[in-house]
Design a binder for this molecule. Structure first.
Ligand SMILES: *Cc1c(COP(=O)(O)O)cnc(C)c1O
Length: 416
């Protein structure tokens, strides 16, 4: 039996507990949705004031040089790099994850077309975050060169799904719905053994699990900054290319920010060398300026410490649901095996949507994804063991007393 007292003892011994003070969390809320929209770092408030008042308001156009706005996408990339096992000059922060996927996929296809033009399959998961599939479909249509999207049904089928026809594989490191975590190194090796290239979507793993893109020798990666990294709603995404590919990078969206000498104002596009070439147009500086605030907090600890607490918290959530909500139709869809679990836990429940709304009404915020899936994100920087206890107690109350069974909890918002 796990008790609240036990959870409090674990909280006392938690070496990350002090970092919670660096976030501005609303009172009376247990936030289990940091995998969808991260919380507000306190320093982001003063940073936003400074960017708007001084850099924009007072210094105006001078700030492109004086405040380093021009170099911000690459400097931020260097700041994020240690979290994903990348080096300096390998990451740029820009655009959205969807757009970045388009750019790196265009690169991967182009590289493969020059080496193995007969390979025409782009492999991705049926259960991928849909934008990945949409972007792949869009590029295939645009290229009109006979490429086809093949959908993988289960992670276990990967070894047989990758064949000599496979040009590029696009996978989510952590699945947004189930929380399934791929072994980046093993999968990259498997893909390379078939002369295919791999693109990792890190949206649900950056800031959630340790990884080493370079040790795994992956080809390309993209990821959000507004989820676990707490960069703010719609903050630009990251894009990584293995330095192995830097000699042959290609920017399909050849805007002036990716030009070698943008202020030559020449008629011809000459790409910048290196990762900067993946920039397209003028960056959203205000939003981008806040990303470092969240990343700074990560850099006060390390991903191994975050990971071990994350696993203890997700284990606790799963055990408490078993202990407190037995017989109440909660069906775990997240792997129990640590090797294959990210930092969120998901359960199916026939009334998942209404249960989740009733839970939110009690101040416990998770989210809902079709079909019937309730997701609970675990963020070790600002969640403790007692929080998990209280979250599950609320869940139990909602289920036991059928609190969810009210019309107001069945109304769907635009965003679930
Ligand atoms: C959140 C998420 C995205 C979102 O992409 P945007 O372009 O930032 O909207 C893509 N892929 C995965 C796996 C995600 O979790």
């Amino acid at each position: 039996m796990i008790t609240l007292e036990q959870c409090r003892v674990w909280d006392q011994a938690d070496e990350l507990a002090a970092l919670r003070q660096q976030f501005d969390l609303p009172d009376g809320i247990i936030y289990l949705d940091g995998n969808s929209l991260g919380v507000l770092p306190r320093s982001a408030m003063s940073r936003a004031q400074d960017v708007i008042r001084r850099e924009w308001g007072a210094d105006l156009i001078n700030s492109w040089n004086k405040a380093g706005w021009w170099s911000l996408p690459v400097r931020l990339g260097d700041h994020v790099a240690p979290l994903v096992g990348a080096g300096a000059g390998e990451i740029v922060v820009t655009d959205t994850a969807s757009l970045n996927l388009f750019k790196v996929l265009a690169n991967a296809v182009r590289i493969q077309n020059s080496r193995h033009p007969e390979k025409k399959i782009i492999l991705a998961e049926r259960d991928a975050f849909p934008t990945d599939l949409y972007m792949i479909q869009g590029l295939i249509e645009l290229l009109d060169q006979g490429y086809a999207l093949q959908l993988l049904d289960e992670p276990g089928d990967l070894a047989t799904a990758v064949t000599e026809q496979t040009a590029v594989v696009v996978l989510s490191h952590v699945n947004y719905r189930t929380g399934y975590l791929y072994d980046m190194e093993a999968v990259t090796g498997l893909v390379h053994a078939h002369d295919a290239l791999i693109i990792w979507d890190l949206c649900h793993s950056i800031g959630a699990v340790p990884m080493n893109l370079k040790a795994a020798d992956a080809d390309f990666a993209i990821g959000c900054t507004y989820k676990y990294l707490n960069g703010g709603p719609g903050a630009p995404a990251m894009l990584w290319a293995n330095p192995r590919h830097h000699g042959a990078l290609w920017q399909p969206l050849s805007g002036w920010w990716g030009h070698a000498r943008p202020f030559d104002m020449s008629t011809e596009f000459v790409p910048a060398t290196g990762i900067r070439s993946f920039l397209c147009g003028t960056q959203p500086i205000v939003s981008m300026s806040l990303i470092a605030c969240g990343v700074d907090i990560f850099r006060q600890t390390d991903m191994q410490i975050i990971r071990s607490k994350s696993l203890r918290l997700t284990d606790l959530f799963i055990q408490l649901v078993e202990q407190e909500c037995a017989g109440l139709d909660m069906m775990l869809i997240t792997p129990l095996d640590h090797q294959h679990r990210g930092s969120h836990v998901s359960f199916r429940h026939p009334q998942g949507y209404a249960v989740l709304q009733a839970l939110i009404a009690r101040g416990v915020i998770g989210d809902y994804r079709e079909p019937e899936v309730m997701r609970f994100g675990v963020t070790p920087l600002y969640l403790g063991y007692s929080d998990i206890w209280h979250a599950v107690q609320n869940l139990k109350a909602v289920l036991q007393d059928r609190e969810w069974d009210q019309d107001r909890f069945r109304v769907r918002g635009l965003v679930t």
